[in-house]
Design a protein around this ligand. Structure first.
Ligand SMILES: NC(=O)c1ccc[n+]([C@@H]2O[C@H](COP(=O)([O-])OP(=O)(O)OC[C@H]3O[C@@H](n4cnc5c(N)ncnc54)[C@H](OP(=O)(O)O)[C@@H]3O)[C@@H](O)[C@H]2O)c1
Length: 261
């Protein structure tokens, strides 16, 4: 039986890896069809074929900052599935540098990928959405707190909080909710190299009052919940996913008793 028209549809940017891959798999398992956007076409094709039999995944390979791609992605949702129920703005540039070392090219790149592109995807998606739909932006705890060397990355993630709140006010009354998830450090390609540095482990493990690191599945489960009927009174919120890192002044006992050199 063709159930394409009945299944809800999620548009996920940055679906080819990490958190976006996990989000796509979670929504597929939850009964959604997906429009998956990222630059690496072969990764999207692998994702689609690994989900065949569970969900239909329509892929759009391209840069989220390219002109017109947001409109094309929404048009693909409508032409393939006839509807759009959820937008997950997940693609993001992980470029991380202090303000005084950030050149204009980096400034423009991060703003284009992590601020302008989510804005344009929201702008394109909202007219296609009906009551019961929702938008989830992927921010960062570093968009709600300052972070060493954070620069423009922290600034755009803070900007997404403002965008989320104003969309919640603007479109909530018509049944379109907007929320933001703010992960702490999650093990993905974006952070893999950083885990080699002891200082990075110390900041993220010794200062987190939890017994494990965060995973892409932790983020995907929360995004799925926010989109679901069970999350249907949550609007305009920032949900931190960091094991308590950002809301505590925690330091593990070993670090507390360690001798300073
Ligand atoms: N990992 C963390 O610790 C962490 C913490 C807080 C927030 N976040 C946020 O979570 C989101 C996902 O990060 P991740 O850790 O999953 O990173 P990741 O594993 O590096 O994946 C990034 C995804 O975004 C896509 N992408 C990047 N630039 C793109 C562009 N210009 N156009 C289209 N797609 C693009 C990549 O696909 P292609 O390369 O195929 O284009 C990939 O699918 C980002 O917004 C990031 O800022 C991550």
């Amino acid at each position: 039986m063709d159930n394409t028209a009945q299944k809800p549809v999620a548009l996920v940017t940055g679906a080819s890896a990490g958190i976006g891959d996990a989000v796509t798999r979670r929504f597929a398992a939850g009964g959604y069809n997906i429009v998956a956007v990222a630059r690496r076409k072969e990764r999207l094709e692998q994702l689609a074929s690994s989900l065949s039999g569970t969900a239909e995944v329509a892929i759009l390979a391209g840069d989220v900052s390219a002109p017109g791609i947001a409109e094309r992605a929404v048009a693909l949702a409508k032409s393939t599935f006839g509807r759009l129920d959820c937008l997950v703005n997940n693609a993001g540039s992980g470029k991380w540098a202090p303000v005084h070392e950030t050149d204009d090219a980096t400034l423009d790149e991060v703003i284009d990928i992590s601020m302008k592109a989510p804005f344009r995807f929201c702008r394109a998606a909202i007219p296609a959405m009906g009551p019961g739909s929702s938008i989830i932006n992927v921010g960062s705890v570093f968009g709600t707190l300052g972070g060493l060397d954070g620069g423009i990355y922290c600034a755009v993630k803070a900007g997404l909080v403002g965008l989320t709140q104003t969309m919640a006010a603007q479109y909530g009354a018509q049944g379109i909710r907007s929320n933001l998830v703010a992960p702490g450090v999650i093990r993905t390609d974006m952070t893999e190299a950083a885990w080699e540095f002891p200082a990075f482990q110390r900041v993220n493990q010794e200062m987190t009052p939890f017994d494990r690191d965060g995973t892409p599945q932790d983020v995907a489960n929360t995004i799925y919940f926010l989109a679901s009927k069970e999350g249907s009174y949550i609007n305009g919120q920032t949900i931190a996913l960091d094991g308590g890192w950002s809301t505590t002044k925690y330091l593990c006992r070993e670090a507390l008793v360690a001798e300073r050199k």
